[in-house]
Design a protein around this ligand. Structure first.
Ligand code: SAM
Length: 253
């Protein structure tokens, strides 16, 4: 599978840096953690999420006090699969007063804590380690967030695939088992009016994801998308909203 080759290459490349620059800031990169410099996806994920949150904040300002009327309110984010922490830390630097960032990889959780300290936001970025929502139990389990987000390991591996390393979990999800649990469970962690988001790409099985969402009683809506040249391929990245009710996988507007 090409994604597993990409995973192995990214782990062992001789030019793998200890520090990289993304979005105008420097970031630490620890061994064994998903490396944003070797994949366009983190940069695109940040861009699509920022654009969406900017638009939502604008709608909140114009709107009255309804569901979207969050005028003047600070925001909270739960990021699943935080990797180096660039998305979580950037959120804390740009208007979120509470960020919980979690990853199944202990080294990724450490990397996020390191980058939160590097950028002076350790007071509002809490890092956790474990499978999806399980580590939230450490916080009492009843914390709710305005946004629940995952830039996922969107390539589907066979259901019984045995991972060769923790790093492979940044690239592939065996049988979409973790995606199924994310789709089914993320809404339990939402504050009123909050949204569940998923960064995905057409390297993944879009139809399979839609089918899984339907089986979980969820809908998927494409909020934003961007086509990006990656090596010889053009990859379509998309920011999806996971809705509580079923809806067709189609552009928002
Ligand atoms: C594509 S990487 C994204 C990393 C980072 N957010 C970024 O944008 O650079 C996906 C991340 O999800 C994590 N992950 C995979 N399965 C997970 C699970 N079941 N629970 C929590 N994190 C998981 C991986 O370890 C990896 O760090």
């Amino acid at each position: 599978m090409r994604s597993l080759r990409r995973s192995a290459e990214s782990l062992h490349r001789p030019d793998r840096p200890d520090v990289f620059v993304l979005d105008g800031r420097e970031w630490d990169l620890l061994d064994g953690v998903f490396a944003p410099p070797f994949s366009a996806s983190t940069g695109v994920a940040m861009e699509l999420l920022a654009a969406e949150q900017h638009a939502a904040a604008g709608a909140g300002k114009q709107g009255t006090r309804g569901k979207q009327g969050r005028q003047g309110r600070r925001r909270s984010l739960l990021e699943i699969g935080c990797g180096t922490g660039v998305i979580a830390v950037t959120a804390a630097l740009t208007g979120h007063d509470r960020v919980v960032a979690s990853d199944i990889s202990p080294q990724a959780a450490r990397n996020t804590a390191l980058n939160a300290a590097r950028h002076g936001v350790s007071d509002r970025v809490r890092t956790l380690c474990g499978d999806l929502f399980a580590p939230l139990a450490e916080l009492g389990g009843d914390e709710r967030f305005d946004t629940v987000y995952w830039h996922s390991n969107f390539v589907k591996a066979p259901e019984h695939y045995v991972y060769g390393s923790m790093h492979e979990r940044a690239y592939v999800d065996a049988g979409y088992a973790a995606h199924r649990r994310y789709l089914a469970g993320a809404h339990d962690h939402l504050a009123p009016g909050g949204r569940v988001l998923l960064h995905f790409s057409d390297r993944g099985d879009v139809l399979g994801l839609r089918r899984t969402a339907r089986e979980c009683g969820r809908g998927l809506r494409v909020l934003r998308s961007r086509r990006v040249r990656e090596g010889q391929e053009t990859v379509e990245h998309m920011l999806l909203e996971v809705t509580a009710a079923r809806a067709a996988l189609r552009p928002a507007a």
